[in-house]
Structure formats: structure tokens, C-alpha cells
Design a protein around this ligand. Sequence first.
Ligand code: ASP
Length: 434
Amino acid sequence: MRKLALHWQILIGMVTGVLFAFLIINFDWGKQFVVDWIKPFGTIFINSLKLIAVPLILASLIKGVSDLKDISKLSKMGGRTIGMYILTTVIAVSIGLAIVNIIKPGNSIAEETRNQLVESYSADASSKIQAAEKQKEAGPLQALEDLVPSNIFAAASDNANMLQVIFFAIIFGVGLILIPIEKSESVKSFFDGFNEVILKLIDLIMLTAPYGVFALLAALVVEAPSADLFIALLWYALSVVLGLILMICLYLLIIWIFTKKSPKFFLNGIMPAQLLAFSTSSSAATLPVTMERVEEHLGVDSEVASFVLPIGATINMDGTSLYQAVAAVFIAQAFGMDLSLTAQLGIIVTATLASIGSAAVPGAGMVMLVIVLAQAGIPEAGLALIFAVDRPLDMCRTTVNVTGDACVSMIIAKSVDKLGKPHVKDWDDYYQKK
Ligand code: ASP
């Protein structure tokens, strides 16, 4: 029998996880059972993905940069990558603003519901506001300062410091290019082998993905807040989802125009990463799989993928920026505020910056939303309003974040002539040839 494609296996895991949770929740002991006996497997699955994120970035980026052979290639690719990332983010925010101004989801929310939501979630919201306070106090060059770690081991010991690890890997790679080849060769082949090991580990971890997502989604369903509040926020949630769908369509169009690859080709290649992004709500946890899919199934050369994707996972969050724009205006509408055009243009800037600053972990976009709200003069307490539906929207926006990175990697690869044929590695074959 032919083996079912990975994305189908993951999808089946997701659906059965949700169904299982709805079934078991009818028993008194159901919720506790899932929390005690199912959820830990989901956590183990996410942890195992996160576990290899830092070593993967180190190995693949050092290898990728040092393969470039000269520095001008690096700066050319770097400039294009950052440019594309900012462009797609600004487009995403603009789509979000257009939709929320057309649908006006905030106007349909009754005052009673608003008060109820603010009351039930104000405690949760205030912890997010506190987390954002620290960011707000930072000076204008703080982000630049944070880029350079004072200790690489300390930086590599915290998954939230991904940009610092990227910085180190890039300068290490540059150093490798600059030294004589007989000295650099052994270091390069070490990282080459290291990289292959990590890629193999990703394959192994992905064998458990269907079970991992089953556990993650089952836990999510049993721990979700009441459905009534969901319905009150339906129009808001639909506005975000509509924007995100449009963003995916835009990616497909861009890919088709610039690389002549069909939507089917792209979606088939990237879908397991998308499903994982949806299940984990974390671009960082999904990164190893995104890299593997983009290289092996979309034909992006590893030189490009290893540079573009880790940076994208940390700074390119189109889904998050779109969500921040919709959420900010929704809260303003719900509080009866009329946002001027200047305020909305300000949102384009702050939401772009806030999404760049958001960590690639669950819920980070909501923390940074506080900054967007503060800049636009919208009450921060409004965060409590959207709390109930934040997790499902986080799942959707993370999917778009990951898709956006993959799309940009293809465009960059095409622009530097590094987009080839997919080459799914058959490991047995690979070893026999060796
Ligand atoms: N969870 C998102 C990500 O990892 C960030 C966010 O909260 O929007 O990409």
C-alpha cells in the first residue's frame, strides 16, 4: 500500500485530536484525563522541535554563508531579503486595515458583551500589558543593541534569542570565507556533517508529528474558553481570517508570477510546515520543518534557505502584523472611537515594527499589540476584549507567517538563480551511493 503523504497524516492527527476532545469532554473526568495523559505528548513534541532550532540555525547558516564564497553575494541577498520582508509586511497591514474598515466588526459588539469580555479577561490582559511595558521603555536603538550577544553560549541557551544566534552564525560564516581555504575546509565539513545530522533528526521527529498534533489539539479544545464568547467575537475573528486567506492568495500569485510554479506545487511542498505552524502557534518551533520542506520539496538551494528562513522566522510576520492592524481598529471601534487617517497610517508603521519585534512563540503578537494600541491612543484594556479568540487566531496567523517566509525564500532563490528542482532525500539511497 502506498504510504499516505505526510500532510494527510498530520491532518488526520489534527481532526481526530479535536473529535476525541469533544467526545471525552462529556465525561466528568475527561478534561483532567487529557491534561494529565495526552497534553504532555504535545509538549514533548514541541520541545523536540525547539530543541533542534538553535543547532540547526548555527549549522545551516554557518554552512550557508561560508558557501557563498564572497561577501558581496551575502550583502546582495541580505538587502533583497530584508526589502521583501518589509514590503510583504506593509502589504499585510494594509490589507488588514482595509478589511477592518469595510467590515467594521467592532460596531456590532453590544456594550453588555464588551463589559463582560473586559471583566472576564482583564487579569490575563494585564499580564500581557506588563510584558509589553518593558519593551516600551526601550530606547530607539535597543533592537540593534540586542542583536549583538555578549556571550554566545548564553545567547544559544535561550530560544528567544534567535536573532543573536543568527548574528553570530553570520559573522562566523564571514570569518570562514576570509581565512585561507586549507584552514577553513575542516571547519566547513564539520558543520556540513552537523547539518546533515540535524536534518535527519527532523525526519525522525516528523514521524511522530501526527501523534504530536493530535495531543496538541486535544489539549487546546478541552482548555478552550466558553463558546458564547467566541460567537460574540465572530465578526472580528472572521475579519482576521479573511485577511489571512487573502495574504495566502497573494503569496500564491507572487510565486506564480515570479517563479512560474503552480499553487498546487507550492502548497503540496509547504503544507506539513503550515499544519505544524497551525498546531504549535510558533514559527520558531516550525522552523526546522519549514527549512526541510523549502529545500527538499520546493527546490530552494540550501544557501538561500539557510539564510532567508531563520531570519524570516524571527522578523517576517505578515500574519501577525495583519492581525495587529485588525485588532487595533476593532478595539477602537468597540470603544466607539473614530480613528483618523493619520492614526491609521501610524498603525501601518507601528504594526510593521511590532511584528518584526514579536518573538516567534505563541501569543507574542498580542504582547506587541499593546505597543500598537498605545501609539494610536487606543485603550490597552481593550486587549481583554479579544483574549477569548486569541489562540485560534494565533494558530492561523502563525500559518501565514511561515507561508510568507517560504514564499520570500522562493523569490530570493529565483532572483539569485538558486531555485532548482525539488530533491527529496531518500536516505537509504544516499548512503548506498556513499
Ligand atoms: N505565534 C506567532 C509566531 O510564532 C507570533 C504571534 O503571536 O503572532 O509566528
